[in-house]
Ligand binder design. Sequence first.
Ligand code: M3P
Ligand code: FE
Length: 310
Amino acid sequence: MALRGLLRLGEVAVRVLDMGEAREHYGKRMGLHEVMTDAAGQVYFKAWDEHDHHCLVLREADSSGMDYFAFKVFDDATLDELEPKIRAFGLQVERIAAGVYPKSGRRLQFMLPSGHLMQLYAHKEQIGNSLGVRNPGVLPDEGVIRGFRINRLDHALLGGVNIDESARLFREVFGFDLSERLIDAEGGQSLALFLSCSTKPHDIAFVLQPTPGRFHHVSFLLESESDVIHAADLIGKYRIPVDVGPNRHGVTRGMTIYFFDPSGNRNEVFSGGYVHYPDTPTLTWDTTELGHATFAQDNVVRESFLTVLT
Ligand code: M3P
Ligand code: FE
């Protein structure tokens, strides 16, 4: 597959209430690598198998939630091509100069109809995954893969209003596929929309909420389903609050566990899921199967999963 345009979710900026606790959670427990603190005190992390400098930015604030998320695009020309298209869709686009965001090239920034601040960038300093690029081998040195053994940032689920409009931007302007959707069995209203720009079942998703700009979870990829169980063991050992213990999503078919950071932001680690191609039909779930769509091993509808957002 010739992957061009938007490549992947490259960065999520999360607000935390206490930076010390957050560092312990994301660094020591989850095992992400802390790579930098900036002049404003924001702390930057990367997952071991990412080449780019960072994927997670934490900012200490009075409320938890997400400040913005950013997709990496293939090249600088992609930014030039997309800017007028985003404007033509009806959004105001702000240009942010290279270097304003550390280690990053210039960015485009706009507010989604669902109330989420989104950015696009083409360049971020690459510091590698510690294996090098010539005869890299397969196993990094001891201590590089640690904690929950997270490979990379994978996706985010965002809660907000006008999710059909946000999805339309991703499909019509960014060329994403609607891989799956959850609809109200009665009225047909979209309740959750899953969008892919790759062969993954989703790269970004939206869930309908009464208020804009909410954050449901950020998700990190693990190598294997046994690593999900290993993460669950660590979550228990360190008394990390669990939202949903190991289970399999109906939507995406990923093996998942949901837990909370010390500020109440939901995190997910997962493994697996099917391969999505551009000709894969959109899969539709409706509310008569809400339990199976969300957690397919026990089919239990979890109130907290549907209502707790930051
Ligand atoms: C995921 C995933 C819902 C399912 C969410 C699924 C909201 O987050 O990673 O597959 O029904
Ligand atoms: Fe997820």
